[in-house]
Design a protein around this ligand. Structure first.
Ligand code: PAF
Length: 283
C-alpha cells in the first residue's frame, strides 16, 4: 500500500489507472479510522480496481472554537487498518498542499445545508463540499463511499454531485455501531468511560422513536417528546438539535412515515455527537 502526499502525483496515478481501463474507488476520511470506515473500504474493494482512501483533517469544515487542533490523528494505526481493509493507496496531503496561499474558491450547496448540522455549524458544509469536490478532481474516482451516520453530509454530497454533473457514483453505507449501540465515530475517543455510557442515550432515543412509530404513532410532536424524554434522563446530555425531517428532502414534517428521519446532535460533556435513524428502516 502506498502513501501519496502530492496532488500532482495522485492525479498522475489516477490518469494512468484510467488509461489502463481501471476503475477507481475513493473513501474520503479525516483519519483516526474505525470499523465504520473499514466497512466503506470493504465495500469499495468490491466495486473498483484501485481503492484509494484520503486522510485529511480538513480545516475549512471546522468552525472557530471547534476541535480542529485536537481532532485525533494516528497515521500509523490508520495505515494498518486501511491495508487490512484492502486499500491500495492512502492520499494524505498537507493542509498547505490542499489550500495554498491565494486559495479562494468554495463549493456551496445552498438549501440542504441550512437545517440540522448546517444551522449548528455555520460554514461546515461549505468546507465539506469544497474538500470533497477537490478530492474528486484529484483522485478522479468512479465511485465514492460515505457513511449514513453523516446523513445530511451524504445528502449534500449527492446534491453537489448531481448539480455539478460530476461523473462519480455516490454510495451510502449503513451506520456501524458498537455492540452496545453507540454509532462509531472518531470523536468517541474524546469520551470518558462515564460519558461513553451517557452517549448511549442517542441510540436509545432512536430505538424508542422507531418502536413508537412501528406501534402506530405518527405524530411528530409526540415522537419528538418520546425521544427528548430519553435524552433528558441523562444529566450529561444536552440536545443541540433533535428533529424529524423527510428522509429524502430534509424538509420539516408534522406526520411521520416510513421515510421520516430522526436526526440528532447531542453534547455529552464537551463532545458533540450525531446520530440518526429512518423510522421505517433499521441501520
Ligand atoms: O465525513 C468525513 O470524515 C469528512 O466530512 C469528509 C467527507 C472526509 C470531508 O472532510
Amino acid at each position: 500500500m502506498r502513501i501519496v502526499t502530492s496532488i500532482a502525483e495522485m492525479q498522475s496515478i489516477a490518469r494512468t489507472a484510467h488509461g489502463a481501463g481501471k476503475t477507481i474507488g475513493l473513501v474520503p476520511t479525516m483519519g483516526f479510522l474505525h470499523q465504520g470506515h473499514a466497512s466503506l473500504m470493504h465495500e469499495g474493494r468490491k466495486r473498483c480496481d484501485l481503492l484509494v482512501t484520503s486522510i485529511f483533517v480538513n480545516p475549512t469544515q471546522f468552525g472557530v472554537g471547534e476541535d480542529f487542533e485536537r481532532y485525533p490523528r494516528d497515521m500509523e494505526r490508520d495505515s494498518a487498518l486501511a491495508q487490512e481493509a484492502g486499500v491500495d493507496l492512502i492520499f494524505a496531503p498537507a493542509a498547505t498542499e490542499m489550500y495554498p496561499s491565494g486559495f479562494e474558491t468554495y463549493v456551496d450547496v445552498e438549501r440542504l445545508t441550512l437545517p440540522l448540522c448546517g444551522a449548528s455549524r455555520p460554514g461546515h458544509f461549505r468546507g465539506v463540499t469544497t474538500v470533497v469536490c477537490k478530492l474528486f478532481n484529484i483522485v478522479q474516482p468512479d465511485v465514492a463511499l460515505f457513511g449514513k451516520k453523516d446523513f445530511q453530509q451524504l445528502a449534500v454530497i449527492r446534491r453537489m454531485t448531481a448539480d455539478l454533473n460530476m461523473a462519480v457514483g455516490i454510495v451510502g453505507m449503513p451506520i456501524i455501531r458498537e455492540p452496545d449501540g453507540l454509532a462509531m465515530s472518531s470523536r468517541n475517543s474524546y469520551l470518558s468511560p462515564a460519558e461513553r455510557r451517557s452517549a448511549l442515550c442517542l441510540n436509545r432515543a432512536i430505538t424508542a422513536a422507531r418502536a413508537a412509530f412501528r406501534a402506530g404513532e405518527t405524530s411528530v410532536a409526540r415522537l419528538r417528546e418520546r425521544a427528548e424524554a430519553i435524552i433528558a434522563e441523562e444529566p450529561a446530555a444536552l440536545i443541540d438539535y433533535l428533529e424529524y425531517r423527510d428522509g429524502d428532502t430534509l424538509a420539516e414534517c408534522s406526520q411521520a412515515d416510513h421515510r421520516t428521519l430522526l436526526a440528532l446532535a447531542v453534547k455529552i460533556g464537551q463532545t458533540r455527537l450525531i446520530d440518526n435513524g429512518i423510522m421505517g428502516e433499521d441501520d
